[in-house]
Ligand binder design. Structure first.
Ligand code: VG1
Ligand code: CO
Length: 543
């Protein structure tokens, strides 16, 4: 087999964001763009020679082509073996599991997750390390540094590999093992949960709707929910992965999963509903006539995890990202276990999970997961919910109201302002930072500021520090507003404003969420002078 060393030039802007490098698909399709990033990744980890990797993606447009390029580069760089999901498909949690199970050196996951797919939309590449988790900042920074000095990459001059047939193939000296994308993941799920109990739940007439949003979880949900657990026909919808997600936005929230929301907000709706995102690591949870905010879902899972076999002995601790509501902290307090607050992005949970400091982690963006892999895991959260429902034999509404009664309710919503010119978003954020020192004691919209800062994180395991992770403003009333700019977009800036109001008294737990957050929203808008910066006050998306 012939390998070529190809001369190249550094390409601007190949800095991985919250979760890998995401760009317009056409940008990734430019000659050398993917190649530079993949070579930079190999360089940053001391080369690929003798190493084994997992490669797969969410099936979006350009997935299969990118995989062929990566295979040819891996063999030219001396890799020993690459494990690929059949047809190039792997959900992000399944990829994480394969990396760990096969004790590989890491993996490349091709996805832009919740971003739309297709030639006119988005593509992405993420490197995960040997623990199965997203590369920490030390590595993503090293990759970026390599992209700025790269002058050549290596690639094999060979035919495409057949990734449609399960089995082992050779490409040069390297083995390519094509595996069933679902089987190992399914076995892992069966080892964590009481599948018999969940089968009994469905056999007794429990109804569910799982919206795979035309993305990667379709095959997983069909195999596990329908075929193994006996969920009724029609439970899994939009279950065939499409290259463009049927022109949808595979982001599981009430706005983009409207079809599911409409079905559930109805007295005749199913008992339980869920949706997952492009690459299968997120979950939206909804009951009949009740939407469960991801922050509440995390708290309920932590409070009830002991009902599932894998967590019967209790949890070592829980971690949430900073913008996620404090609901899970209250549960951790009551359980007497540690709780941690990390910056946004799953890469910050890896060290805590590896060190055994936490068992369950979660983010307000509908990501929850545990130490079974090193990624958030959409179907895992759905199965844990099902296991809890099978044990408690109560409705979603009963479980939620009971939870609020015990712990108080953290009303919560995220407001996204999309497609803002980058300079305007930066001015808004720097204006806020300038104001921070004087905010305490001031009143806005009737709420007095009790604390305000820019969030920094010191990793308790390796001591690494991450600055500029969002602005937090706390109010004396138990409210909080958080501001940060998205790190996953591919066009302009997205401002995320996270609103929270803690309400301890049960009598006040049946308010409408946006209503309960009106004051915090107004205060947040006043402090940030949002209207004058953006020329509007209403967000594009409210989750
Ligand atoms: C968003 C979410 C964050 C999540 C990240 C990756 O990041 O807010 O919680 O970890 O997406 O999720 P940002 O920087 O746009 O706010 V996924 O499922 O899109 O890989
Ligand atoms: Co995702």
């Amino acid at each position: 087999m012939n390998s070529k060393v190809v001369s190249t030039q550094p390409i601007e802007g190949q800095m991985p964001g919250t979760s890998g490098l995401r760009k317009k698909t056409r940008v990734f399709m430019q000659p050398g763009y993917l190649e530079n990033f993949v070579q930079a990744t190999f360089n940053a980890i001391g080369g690929a020679s003798g190493k084994t990797f997992v490669v797969g993606g969410d099936g979006r447009y350009f997935n299969a082509t990118a995989i062929q390029t990566i295979l040819k580069m891996a063999t030219a760089n001396g890799a020993e073996k690459v494990i690929v999901g059949q047809d190039g498909l792997l959900s992000t949690p399944a990829a994480s599991h394969l990396i760990r199970m096969n004790k590989t050196d890491g993996g490349l996951i091709l996805s832009a997750s919740h971003n739309p797919g297709g030639i006119e939309n988005d593509f992405g590449v993420k490197f995960n390390t040997a623990n199965g988790g997203p590369a920490p900042e030390s590595i993503t920074n090293a990759i970026f540094a390599e992209t700025r000095s790269i002058l050549e990459y290596s690639i094999a001059a060979t035919d495409d590999v057949d990734i449609h047939t399960i089995g082992s193939f050779s490409i040069g000296e390297m083995t390519v093992e094509v595996v069933d994308p679902v089987a190992d993941y399914q076995a892992l799920m069966a080892s964590l949960f009481d599948f018999d109990k969940i089968r009994e739940l469905f056999a007794n007439g429990f109804t569910m709707r799982f919206d795979a949003m035309h993305a990667i979880t379709g095959p997983y949900a069909n195999a596990i929910l329908a075929n193994s657990l006996g969920a009724p026909k029609g439970t899994v919808t939009n279950g065939v992965p499409k290259e463009d997600f049927a022109n949808g936005h595979p982001d599981p929230n009430p706005v983009w999963a409207k079809e599911l929301m409409d079905l559930m907000m109805n007295d005749n709706g199913p008992d339980f509903g869920a949706a997952s995102d492009g690459d299968g690591d997120r979950n939206m949870i909804v009951g009949r006539n009740i939407y469960v905010t991801p922050s509440d879902s995390l708290a309920v899972l932590v409070a009830n995890a002991h009902l599932a076999p894998a967590y019967a002995d209790g949890l070592s601790g829980v971690a949430r990202s900073m913008p996620t509501s404090g609901a899970s902290d209250r549960v951790a307090d009551k359980l007497g276990i540690a709780s941690f607050e990390t910056p946004t992005g799953w890469k910050f949970f890896g060290n805590l999970l590896d060190a055994g400091k936490v068992t369950i982690c979660g983010e307000e963006s509908a990501g929850t997961g545990s130490d079974h892999v090193r990624e958030k895991d959409g179907l895992w959260a759905v199965l844990l919910w099902l296991n809890i429902l099978a044990e408690r034999k109560q409705s979603m509404t009963e479980i939620l109201t009971d939870h609020w009664k015990t712990y108080g309710r953290n009303y919560y919503s995220r407001h996204d302002y999309e497609a803002i010119p980058t300079d305007i978003a930066d001015t808004l954020m720097s204006g806020l930072i300038e104001k921070l020192p004087d905010l305490v004691g001031q009143e806005f919209s009737g709420l007095k500021v009790s604390a305000a800062d820019e969030f920094s994180y010191i990793d308790p395991v390796d001591g690494s520090v991450s600055h500029n992770q969002g602005i937090r403003i706390f109010f004396e009333s138990g409210g909080r507003a958080v501001f940060r700019l998205s790190g996953t977009g591919t066009e302009g800036a997205t401002l995320r404003v996270y609103l929270e109001q803690y309400v301890p008294t049960e009598a006040d737990h049946s308010q409408e969420t946006q209503q309960a957050l009106t004051q915090v929203k107004q205060a947040a808008q006043q402090i940030s002078e949002l209207a004058s910066h953006l020329g509007r006050t209403e967000p594009d998306v409210m989750t």
